[in-house]
Ligand binder design. Sequence first.
Ligand code: AMP
Length: 316
Amino acid sequence: MTVQSEILAEIKTYDRIIIHRHQRPDPDALGSQVGLAEILRATFPQKEIYQVGETVEGLRFLAEMQIVDDQVYEGALVIVTDTANAPRISDDRFKLGEKLIKIDHHPNDEPYGDLVWVDTKASSCSEMITEFALMFPNELTLNTSAARLLYAGIVGDTGRFLYPATTARTLEIAADLRRYPFDASALNREIEQMPMKVAKLSGYLYQNIQVDENGAGKVILSQELLSQYGIDDSETAAVVSLPGVIDEVLAWGIFVQQPEGYYRVRLRSKGPIINELAKKHHGGGHPLASGASAKDLAEVAEIYDEIKEICHAYQR
Ligand code: AMP
């Protein structure tokens, strides 16, 4: 029995299923979570299916979350999508269910749950959820609203099919999803669009990025700067990928100061592997897209030195 058949068997067994994903969700977190929820609602109208976790204002066009009481978890199946480590799961009541399933495409550093399906070759967790539906065409119903969410997740995590994790299979799956009658260009525009204040912050980023001779990039966004631009942490997502278009940049860190004073570190790379570095600083993630945290500017400098070393070693 494959893990996917085991997951389907569990889904069939439970009358109540609650789906979680990671904190600070991005389009793939929401797309995989609510895409799966919509597939299950369309397939099993008699079951109770819930999607929970904190809401992100800028992603409201994708989906809304549901509020559930603790007792809803009694005897329920909990599925977590797109989340490598249990502490990063949004809404820690995921533990209150009867059974827990992890579905993810990050390195399996923490295989939490009773059943674990991890595919690090998948571009996105939304690609995995689509694959899941396509594996059981007679048993699972993929509808337009699920297709829209899953497509958004794939577009988000592949940087519009740009990043190396985009495979021929990713494109086939995206093509299958595009056949459903949602407005894909309107969706792409919603994902791409940014408020004027974030566009202005992009100008700051390009003006102020520091790049060494090996392509290691660094931008610090202090609390003072963020309040000057009227931007909060979640709105910085739109600028994280921007250094990638600069020729001279090979790998980079965006250091976003949090109201508490520490820095959220967002690491990206065009080649050098950066997730090992992230793990040394309370983080993790994919080889070319990771996150970490730095307690102060000294640790920011330390992380930037490590990015420089990695770029230097990669250039040799
Ligand atoms: P971000 O910069 O937050 O978009 O994160 C990029 C990638 O790194 C995502 O795939 C995250 O799941 C992962 N990531 C970010 N922060 C952490 C963390 N503190 N621990 C583990 N993984 C992380």
